[in-house]
Design a protein around this ligand. Structure first.
Ligand code: ZN
Length: 222
């Protein structure tokens, strides 16, 4: 365990909650930061708050609703939200560069807390075409943040090369599989745990869990 403080970009979903457990295991002190940009369901933020409380880490919500002023897509978002989510599963990606903005804000927040470690659950495996989830972008941003603030940040991406089944495996390794399964919210319809089962996010999550469980029962998990 590093004798340092880390800041987890946290949404209360499967990926960032797995990252939170990873952070708690690897760092002496952990803080979370959650971005409120008028996402699908405020239940998501409440879910994040509860998880942070239960795990005894600090919880900070930053108002990022301003990103909804940045693009034509986002401006019409409240009208098209449900349809867009059901059709394409793109609820969190209306604004290009959103992850870039969030990580940059998280870095300023981390610096204010005296932390240089940022943890984000982005994955190149599941990046769905969004360039600011890719490893090359994260490395580039890391350099940029260091130059911008004259610091030595380290952006940790424990899920970068994992698919959904691998993320379940990681949460199991961390002793957190049941917790993640029961308490996180990834469903586009705002239903925690196993969710609605029908939306793209639920399908990805549940299909990943099924694959991991099959692998585990076949004795392929160490
Ligand atoms: Zn769902």
């Amino acid at each position: 365990m590093r004798n340092e403080k880390a800041v987890v970009v946290f949404s209360g979903g499967q990926d960032s909650t797995t990252c939170l457990f990873w952070a708690i295991k690897n760092f002496k002190e952990v803080a979370t930061v959650t971005f409120d940009y008028g996402q699908r369901h405020s239940a998501e933020i409440e879910c994040a708050r509860k998880i942070a409380e239960e795990l005894g880490v600090s919880f900070k919500v930053l108002d990022m609703s301003l990103i909804n002023q940045l693009s034509a897509n986002a401006l019409t978002r409240s009208d098209i939200e449900v349809t867009a989510e059901e059709a394409g599963g793109l609820p969190s990606t209306f604004v290009p560069g959103r992850n870039h903005l969030f990580l940059s804000f998280a870095a300023v927040y981390a610096d204010a807390l005296g932390s240089r470690h940022l943890i984000t659950g982005v994955s190149q495996t599941d990046f769905s075409g969004y360039p600011d989830c890719r490893d090359t972008f994260i490395r580039s941003l890391n350099v940029t943040l260091n130059l911008a603030m004259d610091k030595q940040f380290i952006i940790h991406t424990p899920l970068m090369w994992l698919d959904k089944a691998d993320v379940w495996e990681l949460s199991d390794t961390l002793g957190a599989l049941d917790f993640v399964q029961e308490k996180t919210l990834t469903c586009y319809n705002g239903i925690p745990s196993t969710g609605c089962g029908e939306c793209p996010s639920c399908k990805l999550r549940n299909e990943g869990l099924a694959r991991y469980q099959a692998k585990k029962s076949a004795g392929e998990v160490k």
